[in-house]
Design a protein around this ligand. Structure first.
Ligand code: FRU
Length: 500
């Protein structure tokens, strides 16, 4: 049975059905746009489209439906992940337009072949790089977009010959007067890598080179990103197939970043030292994060609060939506190169009255922001006797005190010498833990008990503060369903032919 307390109130989720990667994150004509991988026919068919939210302030979001769906031969089995970039002054009246880049996925047995003839890795799959423009619909107070026609830019035959069919997730940005593009890929000899392209106009792309690790590091790299902060550059990737180690890479799919040596740029890099890989997040439910730079110049990261790891993706009964995004996290660089992630300060607007947190405290509702501004020594923060954040025995971690609430998730922890501060965002079944100013982060789902309030017990010697968090999104999700904005119509089947 579904449980009301599993609802999220300030995390973005699809009003119905499935969500995975954040896509096309941007600020466009003042508003924030967050697209996401959406699946109409979840859980039966895997055919992706892009759902959309928009917000003036990163907190109050309008759901804008599913503006990008499979509609041409080159994307007929899925509009896969990608990014967006503003085209300044490209509109009829000189207004800015948005240019979207994504991967059109095709898995089609050729005539006379059965699906069994293909492995979809080395044969039987196309991954096309496609673009389209989007304009803001005049007068729409939610910032609705109208999408232009799709244009295929690159096909598998255009990619280097030593690749498998897996080449996807274009990340486009501008640097040194050119448009640059990273694609994630899988080499024929089963290792992950990125491809780098550049372009004068964003339409005609020239291949420059691959970016590879010295030694194989995962079998595919997905969703590449670039982060540029304080004069340093980082390549971020979502590699699949890292071996699970005792202290990190707990998931088979573990996103993270490489800091490049001082003075080195991503666009000049061909080989990366994979030993410099730093994981973004140690939680159970975190994959395919995307970053973007907003109008204020902040680097913001949003992750998919989910994963394809199979031992705990089973959906609790009664939920007809699955997975959510993390809150927007502002990324900054610590002087030693570590990237820090902290919840966008705009979220503070959702806080109710502050309460002191010494021993125990209770907040009304299921959303809370818990802050221990200084921590010395060991201790635990326990939510409803069911979920615990701990710093003990030189390890920082999370544990489930109640098996049902874990839904298959095992306790996990990382070695940590000193814990200086701790912040925990609780939003129904979504928990994000930020330690040491966001140097260590855990995003995990918690299938919490059904209750109207949340009890927190603090055994650290230091007190902190706790705020209840407003449920700002509940009404929007209900509205989207009521208005039929959350489409659940069947999409064309896998073998249907869609006209150009
Ligand atoms: C990452 C990913 C991407 C792909 C998308 C499909 O989670 O596998 O590489 O574009 O999901 O939904």
């Amino acid at each position: 049975m579904s449980n009301k307390s599993w609802e999220v109130g300030f995390h973005l989720r699809s009003p119905r059905n499935w969500l995975n990667d954040p896509n096309g994150l941007c600020q466009f004509r003042g508003r924030y746009y967050f697209f996401y991988q959406y699946d109409h026919d979840w859980p039966t068919v895997d055919q992706k489209a892009w759902g959309l939210f928009s917000s003036p302030d990163l907190v109050h979001w309008s759901y804008l439906g599913v503006p990008l769906e499979p509609s041409i031969a080159e994307d007929r089995h899925g509009v896969f992940s990608g990014s967006a970039i503003v085209e300044p002054g490209a509109g009829r009246l000189g207004e800015d337009l948005l240019r979207i880049y994504y991967t059109g996925n095709v898995v089609d047995p050729a005539p006379g072949h059965s699906p069994k003839d293909f492995d979809y890795v080395y044969a039987g799959r196309e991954q096309n790089t496609i673009t389209c423009l989007a304009e803001r619909v005049d007068g729409s107070h939610t910032g609705q977009l109208r999408m232009g026609h799709k244009q295929v830019l690159l096909r598998n035959s255009d990619y280097p010959a030593d690749l498998s069919c897996h080449v996807r997730d274009p990340k486009v940005w501008e640097q040194d007067g050119k448009r640059r593009m990273l694609l994630g890929a899988r080499h024929k000899d089963t290792r992950g890598l990125c491809l780098l392209y550049d372009s004068e106009d964003g339409i005609a792309w020239t291949y420059r080179h691959a970016i590879e690790s010295e030694y194989p590091f995962g079998f595919v790299w997905e969703c590449p990103n670039i982060v540029r902060l304080d004069g340093r550059e980082y390549l971020a990737i979502s590699p699949q197939g890292l071996p699970r180690l005792s202290d990190r890479w707990f998931n088979r799919w573990t996103p993270g970043y490489f800091e490049l040596p001082a003075g080195q740029r991503v666009i000049d890099t061909e080989v990366i030292d994979e030993r410099s890989f730093v994981q973004w997040d140690y939680g159970h439910d975190f994959y395919a994060p995307q970053t973007f730079v907003d109008d204020a110049g902040r680097t913001i990261l949003v992750g998919w609060m989910g994963t394809f790891d199979d031992h705990y993706t089973s959906v609790p009964d009664g939920l007809d939506w699955w997975h959510c995004m993390t809150v927007p996290r502002v990324v900054t660089r610590r002087t030693d190169g570590r990237l820090l992630q902290s919840p966008a300060p705009e979220l503070d607007a959702l806080r109710g009255e502050a309460q002191a947190l010494e021993g125990t405290a209770t907040v009304n509702g299921r959303g809370a922001d818990i802050v221990l501004p200084t921590v010395e020594g060991t201790g635990t923060l326990t939510l409803d006797d069911s979920f615990q954040v701990f710093f003990e025995g030189g390890r920082l971690g999370i544990r489930y005190l109640d098996e049902a609430a874990a839904a298959g998730r095992q306790d996990r922890s990382i070695p940590l010498n000193v814990l200086d501060n701790l912040r925990v965002l609780v939003d129904g079944s979504a928990v994000e833990v930020f330690a040491n100013d966001g140097a260590e982060v855990f995003a995990s789902r918690w299938f919490c008990p059904e209750k109207e309030s949340l009890a927190i017990a603090n055994t650290f010697a230091q007190s902190g503060s706790i705020w209840s968090m407003e449920d700002v999104m509940g009404k929007e999700y209900a509205y989207a369903r009521e208005m039929g904005l959350a489409p659940d119509l069947a999409m064309p089947g896998w073998n249907e032919t869609i006209p150009h």
